[in-house]
Design a binder for this molecule. Structure first.
Ligand code: HEM
Length: 362
């Protein structure tokens, strides 16, 4: 499965995605036009990232950004509301659904308890279940329409898995309709929420550091932004603070001997912690950068199961920064709490969103 989809996220294919990414980004940023305005930037970036993954992975225009989004049909607004709901309401800490809390305390009871809770109207589990059903229903429609199209080619994630299913016996057994449905849903979430959070956190951090903004704008007006500000924001806020592995054989890690089948959690969110936002630490000329261990910063996880969308999301984030800072500068809105409050959902999230004041550059 992983090998099947990797090809659509290779650099050669990514270059072809630039025009459609640019279109989404342009329509998203066109809406910010008036001279001084307040926006909930995190909502805008989630819509943008969802539109981009919609085009790139499913060949569908969700139409969540741009002028048309003001007059979104009820169906589309319903879809984005469900998507925002499911990406923000699933909490992995003690403020989350009861079955997640129970899983932390008594893992064996977690699944039976979840099955009961999701049937009790009004519980968080019931609401999440209902939302997830609606959202996956919408995605199943997309899958079924694409199945009917015999000339779908192999240009995106969905057409690749559907064509693989039709062309190989082994794949038909693996790619059952339920599996395709689950993996499509996973791809929508994995392809939008982390990128959206990362873009929001970059703009949020830069807005609070005018000297960094000045440098970013200068880079932008030259050859485009360097990676330093992106890396530093990804170090500052690690989108997926935990990554899981299961040992496939007995393995020794330091003084521990782990039997086959042991779950190992990598707490990548506690690596490389420093409360100061200093993008220059990633300057190749900086001593800290020269000394950095390759595994000191791994926001996309590590091989062989590292994130398949790493290059895709970095391309999207860079293009978004170019478009945003070419036209605008940003400051924290007075409505934005200080310090910002974060919460753990599917990925890390700003609890009350990123609220910004936008100024058009002259
Ligand atoms: C800034 C954006 C992103 C971040 C920080 C991020 C982070 C991660 C992390 C930490 C993992 C787990 C890796 C591991 O277990 O070692 C992961 C897995 C994954 N990501 Fe991303 N991701 C991002 C964007 C994307 C995008 C845009 C896509 C789709 C186009 C995507 C698709 C996936 C998939 C399918 C997996 C599962 C890979 C597997 O298990 O083989 N991600 N991501």
């Amino acid at each position: 499965m992983r090998n099947t989809i990797l090809s659509v996220y290779q650099p050669s294919h990514l270059a072809n995605l630039v025009p459609s990414m640019q279109n989404c980004i342009e329509s998203a940023t066109e809406n910010l036009h008036s001279s001084e305005q307040e926006v909930v930037f995190s909502n805008l970036s989630l819509k943008l990232a969802t539109d981009v993954i919609g085009q790139a992975a499913f060949g569908v225009n969700f139409g969540l950004t741009g002028p048309q989004s003001i007059n979104q049909s009820d169906q589309v607004s319903d879809f984005i509301n469900q998507h925002i709901y499911s990406t923000t309401k699933l909490k992995m800490d003690l403020s989350g659904s009861l079955w997640i809390i129970l899983g932390l305390l008594a893992p064996i009871l977690q699944e039976p308890f979840r099955q009961i809770l999701k049937r009790i109207p009004g519980t968080m589990d019931w609401k999440i279940e209902r939302t997830n059903k609606k959202l996956s229903g919408r995605l199943d429609e997309i899958v079924s329409n694409r199945k009917k199209n015999e000339n779908r080619g192999s240009k995106d994630f969905l057409s690749l898995i559907l064509s693989a299913r039709e062309s190989q016996n082994v794949a038909t057994n693996v790619f059952t309709p339920d599996y395709i449905s689950a993996v499509t849903y996973e791809h929508l979430l994995a392809g939008s929420a982390p990128t959206s959070f990362t873009l929001s956190s970059i703009v949020y951090l830069v807005s609070g550091h005018p000297e960094v903004e000045k440098k970013l704008v200068e880079e932008n007006d030259g050859f485009g932004p360097h990676d330093q500000v992106i890396k530093e924001a990804m170090r500052f806020y690690v989108v997926s603070p935990l990554v899981a592995r299961e040992t496939s054989k007995e393995v020794e890690i330091g003084v521990y001997l782990l039997p086959k089948g042991t779950w190992v959690w990598l707490a990548i969110g506690v690596l490389a912690k420093d409360p100061k936002f200093i993008p220059e630490r990633f300057d190749p000329k900086c001593e800290e950068e020269k000394r950095r261990h390759p595994y000191a910063l791994i926001p996309f996880g590590i091989e062989p199961r590292a994130c398949v969308g790493q290059k895709f999301s970095l391309q999207e984030i860079k293009l978004s920064l170019i478009h945003l800072y070419r036209k605008y500068t940003f400051r924290h809105s007075t409505a934005m709490e200080n310090p910002s409050e974060l919460e753990y959902g599917l990925v890390l999230n700003f609890k009350h969103g990123v609220q910004l004041t936008i100024t058009k550059r002259t």
